[in-house]
Design a protein around this ligand. Structure first.
Ligand code: PMP
Length: 395
């Protein structure tokens, strides 16, 4: 078959090959980006879906508006308010996961050859998605405080990108959190250069000890002229259920109108049943307890993984302890002649029945072969200790 030329820009990810091996019996996987299924609030969702069907069968089962189911938009507006973002229900659109928001951003903003700045490393599916629309991706360096703003500003000045894509809070894969000072700096440079900033925020609610600084969208209140330049993507996937496929996008009215038009041609609307269920769930008031629970469990697992990595891998690995999210981002140091190539370690690790994801594919430019990503979300503390011990043996 003769495929569209846009497919020339993307390839199935190297990681996919690794995932095929994850079915091996007895394997402990730190590879996926999944939340733990055992933490889904099944009772709450049962009640919410039953209510959705009982109270509004027409809305929950009929075709709906492309922009989103009105009661859910109202609930999401209230949810965002609890996070310091003032947005009317009409100021956001519901998307089929935040992944669709990213796709709509690519579709509405990227022409072939347009430059887009992303973090190095960044979310793999975003790299693929923007490349599908012909974007030329430029990587801005990241440290423990998120994207380095001086370097970012120099890249903006040099490349005049269509937009900058950031995951400011507990990045995937970096786990890094953009500091408050840098957040302000990002908004100031957006205004100075007239640059659109896409803020992808699926992990902001998954903090452990202390809440992260306000989102870029929330901080636009403090930086005149920045509100219309920021696009914010949210998701219920990591805190409630990824299978619901509920995400949302907040941004400039004209962008939302264009994105809605494109969404209409793509899936007409996000499942009304899922939207009505999510609306009932948010209305039920169970969300704060759910969030408290997932934060507590993931905090314990992150603590256990950090301790196990220090014990089992010592100075052969360097990493920053994440303050939230689902991931450790680490770098093999090669100390004492130990393996420093994450691909090689991944191969050996699979033999020892433990899996993780090598970091190189997460870079749009200049991959670092010594990096790797470990998710602490789906294994319990015991499994984490056992899995990291196996990793130590593989090393
Ligand atoms: N953005 C980031 C940074 C992610 O890690 C993910 C999920 N892994 C998504 C977006 C997409 O999530 P969803 O479509 O389930 O909302």
């Amino acid at each position: 078959m003769q495929f569209a030329s846009r497919l020339d820009n993307v390839e199935t990810s190297a990681i996919r090959e690794l995932f095929k091996l994850l079915g091996k019996p007895g394997i402990i996987s730190f590879a996926g980006g999944f939340p733990d299924s055992a933490m889904f609030d099944v009772e709450g969702l049962k009640e919410a879906s039953a209510k959705a069907l009982a109270e509004e069968p027409g809305g929950a089962l009929q075709y709906g508006a492309t922009e989103g189911y009105e009661p859910l938009r109202t609930q999401l507006s209230a949810f965002m308010k609890t996070k310091g973002v003032d947005v009317e229900p009409g100021g956001l659109i519901v998307t089929t996961g935040s992944q669709q928001a990213l796709d709509l951003i690519g579709k509405t903003l990227v022409s072939p050859g347009d430059k887009v700045i992303v973090e190095g490393p960044t979310f793999l599916a975003t790299i693929q998605c923007f490349r599908l629309y012909g974007a030329q991706l430029i990587s801005a360096p990241v440290d423990a405080d998120g994207v380095k703003t001086d370097e970012l500003e120099a890249l903006i000045a040099e490349h005049k990108p269509k937009f900058v894509y950031l995951i400011p809070t507990f990045g995937n894969p970096s786990g890094a959190m953009l500091s408050l000072a840098r957040r302000r700096k990002v908004l100031e440079m957006a205004v100075k250069h007239g640059t659109v900033i896409v803020e992808d925020d699926p992990y902001g609610d998954l903090y452990f000890d202390k809440a992260p600084p306000p989102s870029l969208m929330s901080l636009t209140k403090e930086v005149p002229g920045s509100r219309e330049l920021v696009v914010h993507c949210g998701s219920l996937s990591k805190v409630l259920s990824p299978g619901l496929r509920i995400g949302w996008m907040i941004g400039d009215a004209e962008l939302l109108a264009k994105a809605t038009m494109c969404k209409q041609f793509s899936d007409a609307h996000t499942s009304t049943f899922a939207q009505a269920t999510a609306a009932q769930y948010l209305k039920s008031g169970r969300m704060p307890a759910t969030l408290a629970h997932v934060r507590k469990v993931y905090a314990e697992r992150a603590e256990a993984m950090g301790a196990a990595l220090r014990k089992e891998l010592g100075d052969a690995i360097s990493f920053a302890q994440p303050g939230g999210g689902l991931f450790f981002w680490a770098r093999l140091t090669g100390a004492n002649g130990k393996v420093a190539d994450a691909n090689e370690l991944a191969r050996r690790a699979i033999e020892k029945l433990v899996a993780f994801v090598p970091g190189a594919p997460f870079y749009a430019e200049k991959p670092d072969a010594a990096t790797l990503r470990l998710s602490f979300a789906t294994a319990n503390v015991e499994k984490i200790q056992e899995g990291i011990a196996r990793l130590g043996a593989a090393l």
